[in-house]
Design a protein around this ligand. Structure first.
Ligand code: KG4
Ligand code: ZN
Length: 335
């Protein structure tokens, strides 16, 4: 490969330690994720555990990403890393590592916003989706709808006012005794249940915002009120009806966004995009739909590389004072 044509990208905003190499023309040369399954034991992500594991795993994951791409650090044009938003301790490990690596190798740094990265996953080869399109990002950490009119940037049309949709799946799964993270298990159980057996609330906030706390509370009460001994017999029906309510809310918002904007091209991303019913329902909308492969929907570094392609690199020592940010975006002066 021509030297200087590829970006090394690092992502550590939550509990996955990710590194990838992406070429300037949007090809994924390598894409590695070390998932921290220890969190399963605690029923959620433990921030301190996540940070420590990133520290242990990062060097190996970055080295393997370069090896898989058949490149060395010298061949890399720039180092990119997620700067925020996310768990601050986790972000700091990856972002500081990227700064140090870039400085030591004499390479520029490219700072990437995690949410932009999820949107930018759609620009990777093969078959990139060109703007304009509506993008639904639904994961354990975020749920928002974006209007994407160019490769860099997007307009948030709506977002969750409480839980993320993945959290709704995870909390529902936990209530149904399916472990953590339970979205995939709930999806599987729902496939053998009757989704019309129970009526769960659909909440629509504002013009295009989401709310998932009501449906979760409703499941909690349903379970509490079940006669003793009935749970096992109705578990699949509860899972199917609960999933249908969550998906109705997601798809309802996508449909409304299509109506409001007149843009009939849709992309979905985030871990919830792996949901089989959601994929069927979005496909049935009759519009152009893009669902990137699962490994580009869940947290990964290739999407960080995709966003980095559209972002200006910063030369050393310009980035020496940059900090990660846990929420929102950095003040323009610090960007
Ligand atoms: O994007 P992701 O890997 O990590 C972040 O949260 O950023 O998303 C993980 C979320 C979890 O909440 C998980 O339960 C959910 O995606 N998920 C699913 C499915 N597979 C993963 N939710 C519903 N159905 C699935 N098949
Ligand atoms: Zn994410």
């Amino acid at each position: 490969m021509h030297s200087g044509a590829a970006i090394l990208a690092i992502e550590t905003s939550c509990d996955d330690t990710c590194a990838a190499v992406v070429s300037r023309d949007g090809r994924v040369l390598s894409n590695l994720v070390a998932s921290q399954m220890d969190h399963d034991r605690f029923g959620g992500v433990v921030p301190e555990v996540a940070s420590r594991r990133h520290l242990e795993l990062l060097d190996g994951v970055v080295g393997a990403a370069l090896d898989d791409a058949g490149l060395t650090l010298a061949d890399i044009e720039a180092v990119a890393a997620t700067r925020g938003p996310g768990l601050i301790g986790a972000l700091l490990v990856g972002f500081s590592y990227a700064k140090a690596l870039a400085a030591a190798a004499g390479k520029p740094l490219i700072c990437v916003d995690h949410l932009q990265a999820h949107v930018s996953a759609n620009f990777l080869e093969p078959e990139p989706l060109e703007p304009p399109f509506i993008c639904l990002i639904a994961s354990g950490g975020h749920t928002f709808l974006a209007r994407v009119t160019e490769r860099r940037g997007y307009e948030v049309l709506g977002s969750t006012t409480d839980d993320a949709s993945g959290e709704a799946f995870d909390k529902g799964a936990r209530l149904l005794g399916l472990g953590y993270p339970g979205g995939a298990a709930l999806d599987a159980l729902a496939s053998v249940g009757n989704d019309a057996a129970y009526d769960f609330p659909r909440t629509f906030v504002g013009e295009l915002d989401f709310s998932f706390s009501g449906v979760k509370t409703s499941l909690l009460y349903r379970l509490r009120d079940l006669p003793p001994g009935e749970f096992e017999g109705v578990k699949a029906d509860l899972a199917a009806s609960y999933q249908r309510a969550v998906i109705d809310m997601l798809v309802g918002r996508v449909e409304h966004a299509i109506e409001l904007t007149g843009i009939n091209r849709v992309a979905i991303g985030g871990g919830v995009a792996a949901n089989s019913r959601l994929r069927e329902r979005i496909a049935a909308l009759g519009v152009t739909v893009k669902v990137p492969p699962r490994e580009l929907c869940t947290d990964n570094a290739a999407m960080v590389g995709a966003a980095a392609i559209e972002t200006a690199p910063v030369d050393y020592p310009g980035y020496a004072g940059f900090d990660a940010y846990p929420t929102g975006r950095p003040a323009p002066a610090a960007a």
